[in-house]
Design a protein. Structure first.
Length: 619
């Protein structure tokens, strides 16, 4: 539509003469997108992009459409016809359009006001309901859920992994692992350069929409890392390191932040950057070409528009690989980046960067890759310097030296999520304190004290025709679900009752939404899991003043229901303020003491990893 209508001179002349045309980037103003997408769904029964709204100067919409060709055809209204008809109505029967705008706006606000979240507590039955919904739609042959197009939905996979961990449910583990492995085998994973594309257009993950996004790769990195932590399957480390390599080589800004992603098209052709002819591969790899082609399913006829998407779908040995094949992939990668180029969207978004900080911190914990921790710290420093105001408020986006737009719920929730992961990876109390500060600001700006739930935009910022609370976990988890998860983590790490009080109100708000269709709220379910299953906090009190090797070993094997805190002579005072319950644990004259706390009750300290393991195994 951008090429057909908005960049057309005739259409532009009509727009510029009779209308004020505003193009909204949904990544930079998700609140506007959310409000008017709700209008589209209310009026048409569905949504989608591109979204076309015509409204009064008071923001009240009276026309909504999605794709509009320049001219009317095949039963679809054309942009020029719509613009002409509405201009005539505005000139001759303006009152009808104003009345329609009032009616639509009134309906939208009435629907939101009618939602009454009475106090409800979640039950474990929600987990079983969600697991059953997901396994019923599970594709046993190719992995994934439902039919094509297939989206990775990593937070759904995270829920299934944790549901298996808590309930020992082999069916959900099978669904999660089959999906993780099949996605890797398919073309949605870039076997040459690492990282995942946005989604697969077919059922077996072969042909992707070739666009790569930061948030997809952040959430997938977190999911693959957790899959390794729970199962011990080394394949997941290989995939994780492929994502890390892509982020490091392509999406990391020299100042430390992470770019949004890369387009699907090269020279106007989708997928051109990623696909190869067999003859082309032979010219690059010479005598090693046959081995490469056999491994990655390369043929003369190709598997995508006469070209080849490297994949492992028919390779039963897909988990093996070799250093030689890795070298051949590197050689083809070096050739690929000289053959053509991709546009990189170099916006740096607070919310997406928060997710990647969390994923890299998690990866450092589990995999031990030093670059991950360093990159997470650098990104956090970048955000503190460039995306945080003097008053501690966040901006949405940074580009070309300028930070713009007031941060919204996702920015605060996702950033706090990343900070908490960074704290548990580094044990630097600074990150725990900043996470608490960001969460305090999130409560101040967005929280509904009466009914619970967080509004999408702040109470003191631009007023739109409605103020939504988004809960549904779509391609991205909702700000409300991540906020609940963050508050739960803060309560477990600090023991402060104020976080428990907020958590109770937030979970009560979420419960009535989640009950409608649990499988659509998997990140909320992660928060529910953290409060409905027993939790364990390990406080390591160390005389050494540094993270010892045994503590790092403990990090590598940390399970989803375990939080860790490190107390040393250097951080004793700051930690006692951030997590007051730790003040009662004295630092030993030498070595380490481990205090294991289960559901708020702490046991006698033990010394050494062997004793600690015995205590953990007995829980």
């Amino acid at each position: 539509m951008a090429h057909e209508s908005f960049e057309d001179q005739e259409a532009a002349d009509v727009l510029n003469k009779f209308y004020v045309a505003i193009k909204v980037d949904r990544e930079e103003r998700p609140d506007i997108d959310s409000v008017y997408m709700s209008v589209c769904q209310a009026l048409t029964g569905s949504g989608g992009w591109p979204l076309t709204i015509i409204m009064t100067p008071e923001q009240k919409p009276f026309y909504v459409g999605t794709y509009l060709p320049k001219y009317s055809k095949w039963g679809s209204a054309g942009l020029l016809d719509v613009l002409t008809s509405i201009r005539k109505l505005w000139e001759n029967e303006k009152h009808k359009l104003l009345e329609a705008g009032d009616e639509i706006t009134g309906y939208l606000n009435k629907e939101e006001a009618a939602v009454n979240h009475e106090g409800r507590e979640p039950e474990r039955g929600l987990f079983l309901s969600a697991a059953n919904q997901l396994t019923r739609s599970f594709d046993k042959k190719w992995g994934g859920f439902g039919r094509a197009p297939k989206f990775p939905m990593p937070h759904n996979l995270l829920f299934l992994l944790r549901h298996h961990y808590f309930e020992k449910n082999k069916d959900v583990l099978l669904a999660a692992e089959k999906t993780l492995k099949q996605m890797y085998r398919g073309g949605i994973y870039d076997h040459i350069g690492g990282g995942f594309s946005r989604y697969s257009t077919d059922e077996k993950w072969l042909v992707p929409h070739f666009e790569k996004m930061l948030y997809d790769n952040a959430l997938l990195l977190y999911a693959y890392t957790e899959a390794f932590a729970i199962t011990g399957d080394d394949l997941y480390t290989k995939v994780s390191r492929g994502i890390i390599r892509y982020i490091r080589d392509v999406l990391t800004d020299e100042q430390g932040g992470f770019y949004c992603g890369q387009d699907a098209d090269s020279e106007g052709v989708e997928g051109k950057f990623y696909t190869f002819g067999k003859k082309e591969i032979k010219q690059v790899l010479n005598g090693d070409a046959d081995e490469f082609c056999d491994w990655f399913g390369i043929s003369e006829e190709g598997n995508f528009e006469g070209k080849n998407i490297p994949n492992l779908i028919d390779n039963e040995n897909y988990g093996a690989g070799s250093e030689k094949l890795e070298d051949l992939c590197k050689k083809l990668y070096d050739y690929r980046i000289t053959r053509t180029s991709l546009h990189t969207d170099d916006k740096i978004l607070t919310s997406w960067n928060g997710l990647m900080i969390g994923a890299l911190a998690k990866s450092y914990e589990v995999l031990g890759d030093a670059w991950c921790l360093e990159a997470a710290k650098n990104a956090q420093a970048f955000m503190e310097k460039n995306l945080t105001s003097e008053k501690g408020r966040l901006f949405i986006r940074y580009k070309e030296g300028q930070a713009v737009h007031d941060g919204q719920l996702d920015d605060y929730a996702f950033y706090a999520f990343g900070l908490l992961e960074l704290y548990e990876a580094s044990f630097d109390i600074k990150y725990l304190n900043i996470a608490a500060e960001i969460s305090e600001k999130m409560l101040e700006l967005f929280f509904d004290e009466d009914q619970g739930g967080f509004y999408m935009y702040a109470h003191d910022r631009d007023k739109l025709i409605s103020r939504p609370k988004e809960v549904y976990d779509g391609a991205l988890p909702s700000g409300n679900s991540v906020a609940a998860y963050v508050i739960s983590r803060l309560y477990h790490l600090t023991g402060k009752i104020k976080w428990q009080n907020v958590l109770e109100k937030q979970v009560s708000y979420l419960t009535q939404e989640v009950e409608k269709s649990p499988a659509n709220y998997c990140f909320s379910l992660l928060a529910f899991q953290s409060i409905l299953y027993p939790s364990t906090e390990i406080v390591c009190v160390s005389a050494e003043g540094s993270i010892l090797e045994e503590i790092q070993i403990l990090q590598r094997s940390r399970k989803p229901d375990v939080s860790m805190i490190l107390k040393t002579p250097q951080n004793e005072a700051a930690l006692s303020e951030a997590a007051p319950f730790t003040a009662d644990y004295p630092i030993p004259p030498a070595g380490n003491n481990y205090y294991v706390c289960r559901n708020g009750a702490c046991m006698k300290p033990v010394e050494g990893m062997d004793e600690l393991r015995k205590v953990l195994e007995s829980l």
